[in-house]
Design a protein around this ligand. Structure first.
Ligand code: SAM
Length: 461
């Protein structure tokens, strides 16, 4: 690989020999690939994917690849992710019931891990500043079947103004100089110049300043980059520690091949060694830096309540159902599902769209929200149509009608075609679940021997 001369000189000086030679030689090795199994679908997905090489430091992580059009992927059973990036989610260590913000979240590698570990309890806000990337993030959150996630497309400053001291944990997986991406995406090298890490560090400090306003006293902020540059790693953390005396660096467990942060590459603060570095010449992965900032301030000192007047996020953005709409939804759900699957008290109407919102007190007014929990369905004239979300977030056992398709029908349906049955599966027209290899991948409208296609146009291929 044709690495920039200044890059080579810089790491020769930082690492010395023979380590610099080993590090630089790693850029000529193949890219390491991995995937993570969604714990909510693990029973059905695990037998379908190559699990010979588990990754020791992340639950459900494996070296290897899974095709994007395979049922394991389209059903939200796996997320393809570079192995060292997987350790970030494990450091966040999400717990059910927590309120977590993933501030720089697209395309969703860490958000899908965090959300899937929360077992539907608590709230994950996955935010992305870039509108196009936020759309991809929303699709991945949908694919993973996350019920308790809110996807926003906002700047860190606007979120900080809306949500002071609201989060138990915040992940800042910062935009960076991307030196750990050089193998995967050699174009990343074309942006690189000696001063680039300093430019990135200035932006990282701005993002962290906004992020820290949203951290609850006693909370944790996890900071990560996919670069090796000390300016963006240890030096940014040293800056935070100097600016915020109530924060300290919590030690991060180091698995085989992982190294400590390097205090000598910043201001010498010993606790910088509590951070972790994943180097491509010392372990299988593209490389990462991860630090965990612990807020030591007593939670009692400051109020953690949302601003007065905004305590119910549904107040302005959503309405409730009319009697007629409620009847339509109840009838549709009763016909589709064996038992009640949605808690009506969390159903909210936005225009014609019905959502099942997370149990959250975060005010959402004035913010650009791409997803608020689950999309349940949409009112069209005098009928109610179920959303694709339900195919990915509810188990097959919940449905009255389940149609297991073969490979050909799986491909056809994903192209947007209707299917024809040998005989009707239901006496009356109804929504049902389509499965392939027993994994739900789509909603269908079963009308006699026809299965009308409800696969979202944007996902067809
Ligand atoms: C390293 S990527 C995030 C990867 C993601 N966490 C994942 O695991 O899939 C950093 C993200 O930060 C976003 N970003 C860029 N500038 C930003 C800013 N000023 N504030 C917040 N996010 C920004 C980028 O658009 C990018 O999606």
């Amino acid at each position: 690989m044709n690495l920039p001369k200044d890059f080579i000189n810089k790491y020769q000086a930082l690492l010395g020999q023979p380590e610099a030679a080993q590090f630089l030689a790693s850029f000529d090795q193949p890219v390491e690939k991995g995937f993570r199994i969604n714990p909510m679908k693990a029973d059905l997905v695990t037998p379908l994917v190559p699990t010979a090489e588990p990754i020791a430091y992340v639950k459900g992580g494996y070296f290897g690849t899974v095709k994007g059009n395979s049922i394991a992927h389209t059903s939200g059973g796996v997320y393809s992710q570079e192995p060292s990036a997987m350790y970030v989610g494990a450091v966040v260590d999400p717990q059910p019931g927590e309120v977590i913000l993933d501030l720089c979240a697209a395309p969703g590698g860490k958000s899908t891990y965090i959300g899937s570990q929360m077992a539907g309890q608590g709230v994950l806000v996955a935010n992305e500043i870039n509108a196009k990337r936020a759309k991809v993030l929303a699709e991945n959150v949908e694919r993973f079947g996350l019920k308790n996630a809110i996807v926003t497309n906002e700047t860190p400053d606007r979120l900080a103004a809306a949500w002071p001291q609201q989060f138990d944990k915040i992940l800042v997986d910062a935009p960076c100089s991307g030196e750990g991406m050089f193998r995967k995406d050699p174009e990343a090298m074309t942006y690189w110049q000696l001063a680039y890490p300093e430019t990135c560090a200035a932006r990282q400090k701005e993002i962290l300043t906004a992020a820290l306003k949203m951290l609850k006293p006693g909370g944790q902020l996890i900071y990560s980059t996919c670069t090796f540059a000390p300016e963006e790693d240890e030096q940014v953390m040293a800056w935070v520690l100097a600016q915020y005396p109530a924060l300290s660096l919590k030690p991060i467990q180091k698995y085989a091949g992982m190294s400590a942060g390097r205090p000598e590459w910043a201001d010498g603060t010993a606790s910088l060694a509590n951070a972790v570095r994943l180097w491509p010449h010392l372990m299988r992965g593209e490389g990462h830096f991860i630090a965990c900032l612990q807020s030591n301030a007593s939670p009692e000192k400051t109020s953690t309540r949302a601003k007065k007047g905004h305590s119910k996020h549904t107040a302005k953005t959503s309405g409730t159902l009319t009697k007629a709409q409620q009847t339509l939804v109840e009838a549709c759900l009763a016909q589709t599902f064996k038992q009640p699957v949605l808690d009506f008290q969390y159903l909210r109407l936005q225009g014609d769209h019905l959502h099942l919102v997370p149990q959250s007190t975060l005010p959402l007014t004035q913010l650009k929200i791409l997803r608020n929990g689950l999309n349940v369905g949409v009112f069209k004239k005098n009928r109610f149509e179920l959303d694709h979300d339900l195919a990915l977030s509810l188990p097959a056992a919940a449905y009255q009608v389940v149609y297991e398709v073969d490979e050909t029908a799986y491909q056809h349906y994903r192209h947007g075609e209707s299917l024809t049955l040998a005989q009707p599966l239901a006496a009356k027209k109804t929504f049902g679940l389509l499965t392939y290899q027993h994994l739900g991948f789509a909603i269908g409208n079963f009308v006699g021997t026809q299965v009308k296609n409800f696969y979202p146009k944007g996902l067809r291929n």
